[in-house]
Design a protein around this ligand. Structure first.
Ligand code: AGP
Length: 611
């Protein structure tokens, strides 16, 4: 949600912090701030409401110089998006930036107020700053490390953070708890960030902190202590992400770029996973994973938002193709209801980021409930989700920066279809079907290329819809979750109210909304459900509904031709992936025509690390 970048060097670190914040802005963008210790050993802090650019303008006037500093981009949790609530928060010599939520901050605040501390923000983070200062003053012989170890014992919740102390101006302390923090290694300088993207322009060398780790950084040394206070050597990894891949290139927005990258991201996702014998090979699966899969009699999918929609599509596939019963639910509901775990059930969590708090809570809640095991489908190898599940499958979509998920979604569906084929093989149901899936996955990237060629047609439709207040999306079977996903994309970036429904459900209430003004987009591929869809279309037409049908070049409809958006032929198995791309383009063009901030829609953040 929020982004952290910190640096310690012999040189001026201001540009590192500025560049880092710009790169992290996609994670949270309602306010930002930085603090440095200058050469007179004074803490200088700058904070601004709104975009990082506002902060950068105010810093540029000040010609700052510092060898040590911390910075933050914020997505508000406690307290509105105001300058006073932006990080860093300061308590005398201590300044901190923090990702996460302190659940017991109110209790601690009451105690600190009794000790005479005054609060200038509404945040939970300021409480940590004062608590560190209080603990340090009470135990003035203790090292900063011991103080932080004592403080973390008192905090409940998530508190990945970086601490800078004016009285120890040659060190930065980092604590990982609940959300990722990694150390970047430079030449005669070191860095801390919540996302490697912030540092890729200056280093590819990273150390991922483990849960509970506390790291001490100087410009030349890195020491890591685990949650028991024992010094640990953590592995250094070389990032494989190309810095150029995190720029927009010739595209206007990351979302536009990511939509167009889908043939490539799907090719990456299937790479080395489709064998010559037309079977699926997952190098990630060890003997234990394969054993769990062969015992699996039920799949319980848990996810949020777009990833939840990927799960809903796969339910149709798991049940109709591999004959495995499957239930899908949103993580925030799963955590807070009593349910019965089915016999030999596999918990499958789908997430682009692997940091979504609702998913992590669901996983931790499910740990001792009797699932056979937990499997993650995720786009981030170093995420908490991959770390905490029993085994995982990576989507290899590449970093997704646009807040609206596009290429991560189609990569999730691709992995899910491969997993379905894997189950068909394990359960020895219908080997021909497994081969068919492999054949079809091989041509999927080309099929996505073919729908991308229709962007002008979709742009023309966007011009008819951008001023509307409501849009209804309808689908049947596997296309019903695609209707939900189309509606989510529209809400998210074009701020038009949209709903997705199963087309047969419309007559049970929502039909009352239908008139000649509300656009109704119907996904109607040429499959065994088409006749039923046509009947439902007649019902809508009888009420003068404003219908737009997404179908193929050959299917006949009774409707006015100008309202039928015709795409090339698509194989039924992969048609949900295919049509989802057309809806991504539609949402993108509507938001573009409206002039919205497409990559950073209002009130949202890329990964939602709070419940
Ligand atoms: C998608 O466009 C959204 N930004 C959002 O629904 C997202 O899919 C959801 O927050 C789940 O995120 P995750 O996949 O990273 O867990």
């Amino acid at each position: 949600m929020c982004g952290i970048i910190a640096a310690i060097s012999r040189k001026n670190i201001i540009n590192i912090l500025k560049e880092g914040m710009i790169r992290l802005e996609y994670r949270g963008y309602d306010s930002s701030g930085l603090a440095i210790i200058d050469n007179k050993n004074k803490i200088l802090r700058f904070r601004e409401k709104g975009k990082v650019n506002n902060l950068i303008k105010s810093i540029e006037r000040s010609h700052l110089f510092g060898n040590i500093g911390i910075a933050h981009t914020r997505w508000a949790t406690h307290g509105k998006a105001l300058k006073k609530n932006a990080h860093p928060h300061i308590s005398s010599n201590i300044s901190i930036v923090h990702n996460g939520v302190i659940e017991n901050y109110k209790e601690i605040k009451i105690c600190l107020k009794k000790e005479g501390y005054q609060f200038s923000s509404d945040t939970d983070t300021e409480v940590i700053a004062h608590l560190i200062h209080f603990t340090q003053n009470k135990n003035n012989k203790k090292t900063l490390l011991t103080v932080i170890q004592n403080v973390t014992k008192k905090l409940k919740g998530n508190y990945s953070m970086v601490i800078m102390d004016k009285n120890n101006p040659n060190v930065l302390l980092a604590v990982r708890s609940g959300s990722p923090l990694l150390i970047g290694i430079g030449k005669e300088e070191n860095y801390i960030t919540s996302d490697q993207i912030a540092l890729l322009a200056i280093t590819q060398r990273f150390i991922y902190l483990h849960e509970g780790d506390i790291a001490i950084l100087t410009h030349s040394d890195i020491t890591v202590f685990n949650s028991h206070g024992i010094s640990k050597k953590r592995k250094e990894t070389q990032s494989k992400i190309n810095f150029n891949n995190v720029s927009k290139g010739l595209f206007r927005h990351y979302m536009e770029k990511e939509i167009h990258e889908q043939p490539h991201s799907i090719r990456n996702t299937i790479l080395n996973r489709l064998t010559k014998n037309k079977t699926i090979y997952f190098s990630e699966f060890n003997t234990r994973a394969n054993k769990i899969l062969s015992k699996t009699e039920h799949i319980h999918i848990v996810a949020c938002g777009t990833s939840y929609h990927a799960g809903l599509v796969s339910k149709y596939w798991f049940e109709s193709l591999s004959m495995i019963p499957c239930d899908v639910e949103v993580a925030s509901e799963f955590c807070y209801r009593k349910f019965v775990v089915r016999k030999n059930s596999l918990l499958l969590i789908i997430s682009q980021s692997g940091e979504t708090a609702d998913n992590l809570t669901a996983l931790r809640t499910a740990k001792n409930l009797g699932y056979l095991g937990s499997l993650a489908i995720c786009n981030s190898k170093s995420s908490s989700l991959v770390y905490e599940t029993d085994f995982s499958l990576l989507t290899h979509a590449g970093i997704e920066i646009g807040v609206a998920s596009t290429k991560a979604f189609t990569a999730q569906l691709t992995v899910l279809l491969m997993l379905v084929a894997k189950f068909i093989n394990i359960k020895k149901h219908n080997i021909k079907l497994e081969h068919d899936i492999v054949n079809i996955l091989n041509i999927l990237p080309d099929r996505i290329e073919s729908i991308l060629r229709y962007k002008n047609t979709i742009y023309t439709l966007a011009k008819k819809l951008f001023y509307k207040k409501n849009i209804i999306f309808l689908g049947k079977g596997e296309q019903y979750p695609i209707a939900l996903e189309g509606a989510l994309k529209i809400k998210e970036i074009s701020y038009i109210h949209a709903e997705g429904y199963p087309i047969g459900e419309l007559k049970h209430g929502t039909l009352a909304l239908v008139d000649s003004k509300i656009p109704i987009i119907i996904i109607a591929p040429n499959n065994n459900l088409l006749q039923k869809i046509k009947l439902n279309i007649e019902e809508i037409q009888a009420r003068e509904g404003l219908i737009y049908i997404f179908s193929d070049l050959f299917t006949k409809f009774n409707q006015n031709n100008s309202n039928i958006i015709r795409f090339p032929y698509i194989e039924n198995l992969i048609s949900p992936i295919f049509y989802s791309v057309s809806l991504q383009l539609l949402a993108y063009y509507i938001a573009l025509i409206k002039g919205n901030n497409i990559d950073q829609p209002r009130n949202l953040a890329k990964s939602v690390t709070v419940e």
